[in-house]
Design a protein around this ligand. Structure first.
Ligand code: T46
Length: 142
């Protein structure tokens, strides 16, 4: 079961001077950040993702626009809307995800616990379900 992964990022400022939101490694999120990446200029309505990670943990946030994130633990699916710059989504390893761009110009930012490693991806849904059945701890050999 997926517990509530939404984060309210600490925010300073007001409508006159503008806002600043932040989170800190190992304080506001439960891992050390090794990599930041971001996705942009994605055509409206387009879906990305369709994979799970074996070890990688992430925080996703949308500094501009509106993006829907579907998380699937193999038994339950939940949809989260990133529609505000101060909303974060903590994504644990072992979750299938699909992201859908709902507004032109939306940007998806990711803070990740690991360097890029293609071996960490499960891009086949049936293989993902096998991992779910066998249990993640025993299967993680990367
Ligand atoms: C995720 C979601 C939210 C790299 O070479 N280095 C990198 O650091 C990353 C993140 C990707 N790549 C390559 C791998 C592919 O050849 O860039 C290409 C596009 O990646 P992908 O198809 O995995 O993109 P998304 O948008 O489906 O997924 C990305 C992340 O890969 C993934 O970790 O959780 O954003």
């Amino acid at each position: 079961m997926i517990t509530n992964p939404l984060l309210n990022l600490t925010t300073r400022g007001n409508s006159e001077i503008g806002y600043l939101s932040f989170f800190e490694s190992c304080k506001d999120i439960p891992f050390l950040i090794k990599r930041i990446y971001f996705t942009y200029d994605v055509p409206n309505g387009n879906r990305r993702g369709m994979h799970a990670h074996k070890k990688l943990q992430q925080v996703l946030w949308c500094p501009y626009g509106k993006i829907e994130i579907m998380l699937d633990d193999g038994n339950n699916k939940k949809i989260y809307l990133l529609d505000s710059p101060n909303k974060g989504l903590f994504v644990e390893y072992g979750l299938w995800r699909e992201m859908q761009w709902l507004e032109k110009g939306s940007v998806l930012c990711v803070a990740a616990s690991e360097y890029y490693k293609e071996d960490d991806y499960i891009r086949d849904y049936d293989e993902f379900l096998e991992y779910v059945q066998k249990g993640w701890k025993e299967k993680i050999i990367i």
